[in-house]
Design a protein around this ligand. Structure first.
Ligand code: NCD
Ligand code: ZN
Length: 334
C-alpha cells in the first residue's frame, strides 16, 4: 500500500546526541513533516532559539519539514507573534507547571495570557495545550482526573477567542473527546499511537509505558478508537514520541514518555488493522493534521508492506514502545 509521508503534529526530538539519534529514526518511521515540541532544556522561548533549533534539526539532512513551536511563558510578547509566524513558527505550546517533562518553567495560571492569545489569533498561530491541571492546583486532583478537570479551560479560551485554532494534545479520555467534538471547527485534538493501545493496567508498574497524560480506563481508550474509526477530521495524529534514556525510564522515579518514532507507521497500521479501521489510517495520519493547520498536502510517498517485524529492544539506548513484540507491517521509503 502506498501512502503519503506522515504528518506528525506532536513530537519530541530533544537536543544534542539524542537529537542526532532520534531525527533519522523519525524519518524511518514514515514522518515527512512534524510539529516539534519546545520543552527542551532550556525551553524554546524566543524566535531566535526556534530558528537555531530548526537548524540543528535540519543538520541531519533527513528532508523532514520541521514546524517549530514556542514555549508559553511570560517572555512571549503579543507584539512578536507576527514575526514568529513569519519566521516559520506554527504555534505556542502551553505546559501547565509540573505536569510533565521540563514543565517546571510552565504556566501556573493561564489567566493573564489573553493579550497573547488575541495576538496569536490575529497572526494565525495555533495554541497547543497540554491538557492537565497540576495536582496541587485544586482538591482531589490526580493523574487520572487531571485531563478532565482541564477541559473547562479549553472551552473558556475557545469562547473568548473563537478564531484561535486550539489543539488539545494527546487526548486520553472520553470527556476530552466529547469536549473537542462539541466545540467549534477551530478546536482539534491529537491522538497518539500508544494511547490507542494502553490503559492504566499497562503502565502501572511498567515504566516504559508511562507517559503524561497517562493512559486511562478501557472506556476512555474505546472513545479514542471510536473517534478515529469515525474518521472525524478534527482528530489527527500527534505521536508524542518522547525518548528518554533507558536509565531515566527505569529509575526509582521514571521519566514520562513513550518512544514510538522509529516504527510510527507500523505501530499505527498494526493497531488500525487489528481494530478493523485500516482504511482510516491515510486521513488520520496524512490529511487531517495539515488540513487543520492550514498547510499543503505532504510531498513524497512511502510504501507500507504487510511483512512482520519484531520491535528491537533498543535504539541507541532508548527502549521503544512494544519492544520485543511482533508488528504485522513494515514501512519502506519509496
Ligand atoms: C513528554 C516528554 O518527555 O517530553 N513526555 C510525555 O510523557 N508525553 C512531554 C509531554 O508531552 O508531556
Ligand atoms: Zn508531548
Amino acid at each position: 500500500m502506498q501512502l503519503p509521508l506522515l504528518d506528525d503534529m506532536h513530537v519530541h526530538l530533544r537536543q544534542g546526541d539524542m537529537l542526532q539519534n532520534v531525527v533519522p529514526l523519525t524519518r524511518a518511521g514514515g514522518v515527512g513533516r512534524c510539529v516539534v515540541m519546545p520543552n527542551t532544556d532550556p525551553p524554546i522561548t524566543t524566535i531566535e532559539s526556534a530558528i537555531r533549533y530548526k537548524r540543528e534539526l535540519e543538520s541531519g539532512n533527513t528532508g523532514i519539514d520541521f514546524l517549530m513551536t514556542l514555549y508559553l511563558c511570560p517572555d512571549l510578547r503579543p507584539e512578536d507573534m507576527v514575526a514568529a509566524k513569519d519566521a516559520g513558527v506554527v504555534g505556542v505550546k502551553c505546559y501547565p507547571q509540573g505536569v510533565t517533562t521540563n514543565s517546571h518553567w510552565g504556566v501556573a495560571d493561564l489567566r493573564g495570557y489573553d493579550p497573547l492569545f488575541s495576538a496569536m489569533e490575529k497572526a494565525g498561530l495555533l495554541l497547543l495545550l497540554h491538557g492537565e491541571v497540576p495536582s496541587q492546583s485544586e482538591a482531589d486532583i490526580c493523574i487520572l482526573n487531571a485531563e478532565e478537570r482541564f477541559l473547562p479551560e479549553v472551552a473558556r479560551i475557545h469562547e473568548q477567542f473563537p478564531m484561535l485554532r486550539i489543539v488539545l494534545e494527546h487526548v486520553t479520555t472520553r470527556e476530552a473527546v466529547a469536549c473537542v467534538k462539541g466545540l467549534g471547527d477551530t478546536v482539534g485534538a491529537t491522538i497518539t499511537a500508544h494511547h490507542l493501545e494502553l490503559t492504566v493496567d499497562d503502565w502501572a508498574g511498567k515504566n516504559h509505558n508511562f507517559c503524561k497524560p497517562v493512559a486511562k480506563y478501557p472506556h476512555d481508550r474505546e472513545a479514542l478508537r471510536e473517534i478515529v474509526a469515525a474518521g472525524h477530521p478534527r482528530f489527527f495524529l500527534g505521536s508524542d514520541s518522547a525518548p528518554h534514556p533507558r536509565s531515566a525510564k527505569e529509575g526509582a522515579c521514571g521519566c514520562a514518555g513513550v518512544f514510538t518514532a522509529p516504527l510510527l507507521l507500523p505501530y499505527l497500521a498494526d493497531t488500525f488493522e487489528r481494530l478493523g479501521f485500516l482504511d482510516r489510517l491515510h486521513d488520520f495520519a496524512c490529511v487531517f493534521g495539515h488540513t487543520f493547520y492550514g498547510l499543503p498536502a505532504p510531498k513524497g510517498k512511502l510504501t507500507l508492506e504487510k511483512v512482520e517485524q519484531i520491535v528491537p529492544p533498543e535504539y541507541g539506548g532508548v527502549v521503544p514502545f512494544r519492544a520485543g513484540e511482533t508488528l504485522g507491517w513494515r514501512c519502506r521509503n519509496s
